[in-house]
Design a protein around this ligand. Structure first.
Ligand SMILES: NC(=O)c1ccc[n+]([C@@H]2O[C@H](COP(=O)([O-])OP(=O)(O)OC[C@H]3O[C@@H](n4cnc5c(N)ncnc54)[C@H](O)[C@@H]3O)[C@@H](O)[C@H]2O)c1
Ligand SMILES: [Fe+2]
Length: 381
């Protein structure tokens, strides 16, 4: 038996943030990305809470790829303050941290069960609607994707005004994260009609609006569309999960601190070739791996339908590389700079083992061996 459920109430469109003024709580803890505080964006939340006469405290000890230590600090804060609601505002890192904080705080004190509202300020992770939170352990160079239904935010507020300040390079990285979520969910072995519909719409929007969004921060229409695409892809992979692309990207983030979306973008062309078993030397044949049809559907949605399966997959791979080039995303790990070849190669076996154990890898359409994953890590150098 399969089931599909959207647990998160999603507020979007003009004045979506006004939802905060309808809340009936006495006390809220806002967990915010430090940029949200330093830029003054936080006032968009706190002014509304003040207007609704809700007391609030702000916790902003958030860093990218949140480590366990910051989760522990956040748990301490919310157990001290005991808010009825947590409002998480920031990129995937702030939202993931808040989800983990609520989970652990409720486990420590079962009588504590705050509502969680997520307000994303990047268009990338879809974390505002997923059961996943990625927590890192810098000492072990590991990233752990926690996955638990109880971590799904109760509400999400999507307001494109909050993403207009995102710098171009982060728009690029996070946008490619959206594209990867949608494509990975679509070819996942847990793909279903509901997740597929969400992934298809998300990819269609990426094709139409990612470059526009990258080119012009103030293109409100494109920003709104990409903010929705990010959420749609989040809903898709919350149902279908992801694949080897994310399993491998997590290790590049944990070991070499390559931003999450950039790591996905570098891997994506190679993972499509690997899963489809089609590369530049392939010729058309009588039958293909089942995921080839799905990749071809995605290519069709992007307007890349081509002569046959091989040329269509080649077109999809080229399209992903084209998108990275247009947005100045490096196509390889070496092009990221700051990482020596010796150091990288020495970590490949460790990263391959961790990628095989990553929960995302379990739903990849092709079952990878350690040798396959090591070869893929070598290819992206
Ligand atoms: N939970 C999930 O389902 C899920 C899915 C994918 C990725 N992730 C995780 O999410 C994290 C990445 O999240 P992210 O890509 O959103 O980046 P992020 O949250 O780490 O933020 C990246 C940078 O952008 C800044 N920033 C955020 N909003 C901004 C704005 N509006 N204007 C200017 N700067 C802004 C932040 O201060 C930070 O410096 C990683 O840890 C990744 O593993 C989680
Ligand atoms: Fe991701």
């Amino acid at each position: 038996m399969k089931n599909f459920e959207v647990k998160t109430k999603i507020c979007f469109g003009e004045h979506a943030l006004d939802r905060l003024m309808q809340l009936k709580y006495q006390k809220i803890t806002v967990i915010a990305d430090p940029f949200v505080v330093s830029s003054g964006m936080i006032r968009q939340v706190t002014d509304r809470l003040a207007q609704a006469q809700i007391r609030y405290t702000v916790f902003s000890d958030v860093v990218p790829d949140p480590p366990l230590e910051k989760v522990i600090a956040g748990v301490g804060e919310v157990l001290r303050e005991r808010p009825e609601c947590i409002v998480a505002i920031g990129g995937g890192s702030a939202i993931d941290l808040s989800k983990a904080v609520r989970k652990f705080a409720c486990e420590i004190e079962p009588s504590f069960s705050p509502w969680l509202i997520a307000i994303p300020t990047t268009s990338g992770t879809g974390s505002e609607v997923t059961a996943f939170a990625v927590i890192s352990d810098p000492e072990k160079s590991m990233k752990y994707p926690l996955a638990e239904e109880s971590m799904i935010p109760d509400e999400a507020i999507l307001d494109e005004e909050l993403v207009k300040s995102v710098p171009a390079s982060i728009t690029a990285d996070t946008g490619m994260d959206v594209l990867t979520h949608a494509i990975e969910a679509y070819v996942s072995i847990n793909n279903n009609e509901f997740s597929a519909a969400l992934a298809e719409k998300s990819v269609e929007i990426c094709g139409q609006f990612l470059l526009r969004s990258y080119d012009d921060n103030n293109d409100t229409h494109a920003r709104r569309k990409m903010h929705l695409a990010s959420c749609l892809a989040g809903l898709a992979f919350n149902s279908a999960s992801l694949g080897l692309n994310h399993g491998m990207a997590h290790q590049l983030g944990a070991t070499f601190h390559i931003p999450h979306g950039r790591a996905n973008a570098i891997l994506l062309p190679h993972i499509i070739e690997y899963n489809a078993e089609i590369d530049m030397h392939s010729r058309s044949r009588a039958s293909y791996a089942p995921c080839v049809r799905k990749y071809c559907n995605m290519a069709r949605i992007l307007g890349l339908s081509n002569l046959n399966e091989v040329t269509t997959i080649r077109a999809l791979v080229s399209y992903v590389e084209f998108m990275s080039k247009e947005m100045s995303i490096p196509l390889s790990v070496s092009a990221c700079g700051g990482i020596s070849e010796g150091e990288y190669m020495s970590k490949i076996e460790f990263m391959a083992e961790a990628a095989l154990n990553d929960t995302c890898t379990a739903t990849n359409p092709r079952v990878p061996t350690k040798a396959d994953v090591m070869e893929l890590y070598r290819k992206i150098w």
